[in-house]
Design a protein around this ligand. Structure first.
Ligand SMILES: NC(=O)c1ccc[n+]([C@@H]2O[C@H](COP(=O)([O-])OP(=O)(O)OC[C@H]3O[C@@H](n4cnc5c(N)ncnc54)[C@H](O)[C@@H]3O)[C@@H](O)[C@H]2O)c1
Length: 450
């Protein structure tokens, strides 16, 4: 099949590359001319594990092309995916200007039958809006609009796309349904379902899924906070809960709040949709509140350790991306923590395996970025861990001890075993577990040097 993908970001590039991998001809179009030039030169502009291999194979095989010209991209395509941004607007609702802007352009460009597919996360009713915009200057016979929300996770996006748990397709067109079935069949050979439904239900499914996962995280974060107060260990509680089949093991890890380009904006947008329909979605309002507070929790712990005097203190930070295996820093908890610590007068030395280029663009010389994990510790007082990259899981604790002026680690991801930390003599605070080696904070509250 001939496919055009409009918007070549985390979703669009993975979508285009994976459809090329199953033998389709794909043209990806983006307004970012610099990005398009880089891709034409064989460079993958984002970090996503496994993507470079597929990208190279399919560009070399002549199945994956790039352009800035929408007309050229859709000319021979029967299928047009819209993988455009839907950032939060000023009032929290999803900004549809990218999607509707491209729909307006398509209205003047479509000359033969095309299926236009909303891959972006869009509020209920958007497929109808896109349909109405295209229909302005284009016969309704010449196109169908389909809702096909994407559930891939950054960091494992290629795997998720190639082997989805399910594919959700919202359409009322028999013709579009058959094309979509044919397109996705190679990805569900193990028997995972392609679930067909109406457009509105498909749009709602994506928001419901993301909001539920965000709620699960916020719930566990509150359980963790309560564990700290009552002296329970949230790791044990999580295991005890998660082995119940009704609950399941995944997505129960407490931390420093959810971030990324999806959960924060999608929860907000669903709450806004509810408002617009005069329904107060009480759980979502709490989820957002809990998350706002949780993002400050690590910075609060650090401030308490230093008796609220961070002037001139140097904090080493491991992990900047909003989660491991991505370079994406949109709404990353690390940035909130850094902002709070800078505001309080601290110096920051930070390391991340992939996200430093993006962070450098945002922070300039306000923080020091170093290119090795131990380099971040040079001259640092304490270490804070914000993203659970694998490389942080088994560090050389002796080296950490030698480098930090205070033997203190603040772990927002519960990476380390409490006994190990106790044996190494660190003052160690994590999430939902008792602090270790409390005696290192003497009675007047002043932290003890090693
Ligand atoms: N990132 C994720 O993990 C993820 C997962 C599922 C769904 N989604 C949804 O998918 C959508 C896209 O997300 P993303 O993370 O890929 O965004 P992104 O910001 O990484 O990519 C969007 C791309 O669209 C391009 N663009 C903007 N306007 C354009 C135009 N008029 N014509 C052509 N290209 C244009 C941008 O230059 C950019 O390259 C969003 O609605 C998001 O909520 C994202």
């Amino acid at each position: 099949m001939n496919i055009a993908v409009v918007g070549t970001g985390y979703v669009g590039l993975v979508t285009g590359t994976c459809f090329a991998e199953t033998g389709n001809n794909v043209i990806c179009v983006d307004i970012d001319a610099n990005k398009v030039t880089r891709m034409k030169n064989g460079e993958v502009p984002i970090f996503e594990p496994g993507l470079d291999l597929l990208f190279e194979r399919n560009t070399k095989a002549g199945r994956l092309h790039f352009t800035t010209n929408l007309g050229e991209a859709i000319k021979d395509a029967e299928i047009i995916f819209l993988a455009l941004p839907t950032p939060p607007g000023e009032d929290g609702s999803a900004d549809l200007s990218y999607i509707l802007g491209v729909a307006d352009q398509l209205s003047n460009l479509i000359e033969d039958y095309k299926i236009v597919i909303d891959k972006s996360t869009v509020p209920v009713g958007t497929a109808e809006k896109v349909h109405a915009r295209i229909a302005k200057n284009c016969s309704e016979e010449l196109f169908d609009v389909v809702s096909n929300p994407e559930f891939l996770r950054e960091g494992v996006a290629v795997d998720d796309f190639l082997k989805p748990d399910r594919v959700v397709i919202g359409t009322s067109s028999e013709k579009a349904r058959e094309v979509m079935r044919k397109l996705y069949n190679p990805f569900v050979r193990q028997g995972n379902p392609i679930i067909f439904m109406d457009e509105r239900s498909a749009e709602m499914t994506k928001y419901a899924a993301n909001s539920y996962l965000a709620a699960r995280i916020s719930f566990m974060n509150e359980i963790a906070n309560l564990c700290e107060k009552v002296g329970a260990n949230v790791d044990m509680v999580r295991k005890g809960m998660g082995s119940d089949n009704r609950i399941g093991k995944r997505f129960l890890f407490p931390g420093v709040g959810y971030g990324g380009s999806c959960f924060p904006k999608d929860v907000q947008a669903l709450a806004k949709t509810a408002n617009q329909h005069e329904y107060e979605f009480k759980i979502l309002n709490s989820v957002m509140n809990v998350n706002r507070i949780q993002k400050s929790i690590l910075a609060e712990k650090i401030k308490r350790f230093f008796q609220h005097d961070l002037q001139g203190k140097t904090i080493a930070i491991w992990g900047l991306a909003f989660k491991p295996n991505t370079d994406d820093i949109r709404e990353a908890p690390a940035l909130y923590i850094i902002d709070e610590l800078l505001e309080a007068g601290a110096n920051i030395r930070a390391y991340d395996p992939e996200a430093m280029e993006n962070v450098a663009k945002q922070y300039g010389d306000r923080i020091t970025l170093v290119d090795s994990l131990y380099g971040a510790l040079d001259g640092a007082d304490i270490l804070a861990i914000v993203t659970e990259w694998s490389v942080f899981r088994q560090p050389d604790f002796n080296r950490i001890k030698e480098n930090l002026s205070r033997k203190a680690i603040f772990d927002g991801r519960n990476l380390y075993d409490l006994n190990t930390m106790e044996k190494h003599g660190f003052y160690y605070e994590s999430i939902g577990r008792n602090p270790v080696n409390r005696h290192l904070v003497v009675s007047n509250g002043k932290p003890v040097n090693s």
